[in-house]
Design a protein around this ligand. Structure first.
Ligand SMILES: [Zn+2]
Length: 157
């Protein structure tokens, strides 16, 4: 069972950062500062049929089993991607890149932002790594933290 409570460092960061960027949605990815493993998506694991989901639904849509929160792989393979240049929803900056990433070891294909700063380097089938980056705003003008995948291996935040 993974402990999803905030670490002391995360609590201190939140208390000492009065107007810092906030996650666009709470509870779907881990927050900085990271210790050893870097950011992770928070998915659901069905205790009954062992399927994984991201984002996690309330109950398993296959067997109605209860779901346990689990950290998903931060590594994946870029299945496909596209660049969006039309009016963006949810406070996204333009242009942005969306893609499907096959998560390593989880058997999941997730829709995610792809790091637009690497657009020239993107290739279908390449390895990508999860990162958390300030990108766009929350719809009210406040900066937002979003998860995205990048071919870069260094952490962006
Ligand atoms: Zn199930």
């Amino acid at each position: 069972m993974v402990d999803f409570s905030l670490t002391e460092a995360q609590k201190a960061l939140q208390e000492n950062t009065p107007r810092g960027p906030e996650p666009i949605l709470k509870g779907i990815f881990t927050l900085p500062p990271y210790e050893q493993e870097g950011p992770r998506l928070i998915g659901g694991l069905c205790a009954r049929c062992t399927r994984k989901f991201f984002p996690s639904p309330f109950v398993c849509p296959y067997c109605l089993g209860e779901l346990e929160k689990v950290h998903l792989s931060s590594q994946g393979t870029l299945h496909s991607f596209t660049v969006v240049r039309v009016k963006a929803p949810y406070g996204l900056s333009l242009p942005y890149c969306l893609g499907y990433v096959d998560l390593k070891d989880d058997g999941l294909r997730v829709l995610a932002l792809i790091d637009f700063t690497c657009i020239e380097d993107l290739r279908i089938g390449m390895e990508v790594t999860l990162c958390v980056k300030e990108f766009g705003h929350d719809g009210k003008g406040n900066p937002a933290l979003r998860y995205m995948f990048s071919p870069k291996t260094e952490r962006l935040l």
